[in-house]
Design a protein around this ligand. Structure first.
Ligand code: FFO
Ligand code: GTP
Length: 461
């Protein structure tokens, strides 16, 4: 690790009452001292705050407060200084320029947190939790991020790792004494441990569904034939919400999403850009576009006009879209236009033709009938994921993948035991399981993974 002294704006880039610049590294105090002549910073105690003017040569840039954190008692564990200035972006820029002249360099994205990780203050899952805390937008996401920051996942996993490590040592001992044909590691005890580990990993892996709902929201696709009432329903759902329209990069195509909050959880109502095109085009795109829309959705809300007679196309569409992990809600729309017996028959038609669980709701978007029922139904999807929740919820794709790989290796160890495959293979898969668990806390890692994680941080974090 290099010992450069780094600096960056820690607050958001824009006008504020105050702005804060952080400086971290061996020379943090002397770098700031050059511009803060009033007080001998080296002589001050850690965690003290000092008043004065920040100078560029003879020129006073701003009246500031300087806070000192002496190694190892700082976020990065290095000497750190924070400069709180009047929140003008111009002043922030002048101070950073001066610090650079004084011998600091501008920090890269995530570099403060990277240092906190490399210097052992936090593990990798905690570093990721910091990014999640910053990104949290509601109580649900804040709570899981803080629990992860406090070491939630690492604690769960380190117990499993310790037990596994124990067996790895015994198995390696067997390999060392291969000639003698002894068994140090009790196979049935190992199998017992693996059962326990599989259970734990299974439940952590399962929690990712809820974690994902918290972190990214639940994706809802609204599909139906032209004129079924999709736009009208969307407007009815979003009535009291300020619709946030976002372009999500990285998906195969541009999708527009409108965010709907129900009981503290976010639902992303997915719209594919360009779906509302001319009539010809809608017919041409049909199933293909609908499939793209539903591909990554958790819930499909299918709208069928209660006033029509023939539902064969709707049924065909639903059949071609249905998947086991997709919650299906069929809505008979425009019920204000028909008499009750009619929508009873609509439900019967769908019930007899679709061999997939679904909820059926009759709505009128125009008269705002039963829109709340639909919201409740959406909400119950998340509530039901939550009820499977364990204490620790996985919200991170990287952790999810590491847990899956570890579970896979655990399965293979069990196979190796059951079929009495070589001790070498057993040791190999055990180490594999261990290594994948270690990836989560970063005990096992590589530069590419680190680069990937920290480059996504903002500058100054
Ligand atoms: N001003 C300021 N506020 C901040 C941060 C910061 O860097 N600066 N943080 C940055 O993310 C977060 C808090 N995280 C921190 C973690 C550890 C230490 C620290 O100095 N720990 C020492 C001393 C602890 C003590 O005095 O009890 C230590 O643990 O040794 C500081 C901030 C949020 N608020
Ligand atoms: N009576 C009644 N009319 C409705 C209702 N919902 C939608 N409509 C009408 O049905 C027509 C089509 O509604 P849209 O919301 O544009 O339907 P859509 O599915 O978005 O249509 P496309 O954009 O062509 O796919 C409009 O004239 C709406 O006013 C409803 O609940 N009751």
């Amino acid at each position: 690790m290099n010992n450069d002294t780094i600096c960056a704006l820690a607050t958001a880039n824009g006008v504020g009452a105050l702005g804060i610049i952080r400086v971290s590294g061996n020379d943090a105090l002397s770098v700031v001292q050059k511009s803060f002549p009033g007080k001998k910073l080296e002589k001050q105690k850690s965690h003290t705050i000092h008043y004065g003017y920040f100078m560029d040569d003879e020129e006073a840039i701003d009246e500031v407060m300087v806070s000192i954190f002496l190694a190892p008692k700082s976020f990065t564990t290095e000497n750190s200084v924070e400069i709180a200035f009047h929140g003008s972006p111009h002043i922030g820029k002048r101070i950073l320029e001066t610090l650079t002249k004084n011998g600091a360099r501008m920090a890269k994205a995530g570099e403060f947190t990277l240092r906190a990780f490399i210097n052992g203050r936090i593990d990798l899952s905690q570093a990721e939790a910091i990014a999640d805390v910053i990104a949290s937008e509601n109580e649900a996401s804040r709570k899981v991020a803080i629990s992860q920051l406090k070491g939630g996942i690492t604690n769960e996993i380190s117990i499993l790792r310790t037990d596994l490590l124990n067996f790895v040592s015994l198995i390696e001992l067997e390999l060392d004494f291969a000639e003698e044909d002894v068994e140090f590691a009790d196979r049935s005890a190992l199998k017992g441990l693996l059962d326990k580990i599989e259970l734990k990993l299974d439940s952590l892996i399962e929690s990712f569904q809820y974690g994902n709902a918290i972190k990214n929201g639940t994706a809802v696709a609204i599909i139906g034939k032209p004129n079924a009432g999709k736009s009208t329903l969307l407007n009815a759902l979003l009535k009291e919400e300020r619709a946030i329209v976002s372009n999500i990069a990285g998906t195969t195509r541009d999708t527009i999403e409108e965010i709907l909050h129900i009981k503290g959880h976010a639902f992303r109502l997915i719209d594919t850009a360009g779906l509302r095109e001319t009539q010809d085009e809608i017919e041409a795109i049909g199933v293909k576009k609908a499939r793209e829309k539903v591909e990554n959705a958790n819930i499909l809300v299918y709208l069928a006009d209660a006033a029509t007679e023939d539902y064969s196309e709707d049924i065909e569409m639903i059949r071609s879209l249905q998947r086991d992990d997709l919650k299906l809600i069929i809505c008979a729309t425009k019920i204000d236009e028909v008499l009750p017996p009619k929508y009873e028959t609509v439900e019967d038609i769908f019930r007899s033709k679709i061999d997939h669980d679904f909820d059926f709701i009759r709505i009128s978007a125009v008269e705002n009938q039963n829109i709340q029922d639909l919201k409740n139904e959406l909400s119950s999807y998340v509530e039901q994921l939550k009820s499977q929740e364990n204490n620790v919820v996985i919200t991170n794709q990287r952790h999810f993948e590491a847990l899956q790989k570890s579970l896979n290796a655990a399965h293979k160890v069990k196979e190796a035991i059951a079929f009495q495959i070589s001790t070498e293979l057993l040791a190999y898969e055990l180490r594999n399981a261990l290594e994948h668990l270690g990836e989560i806390s970063g005990e096992v890692t590589n530069d590419e993974v680190l680069g990937n994680i920290f480059s996504k941080f903002c500058i100054g974090k």
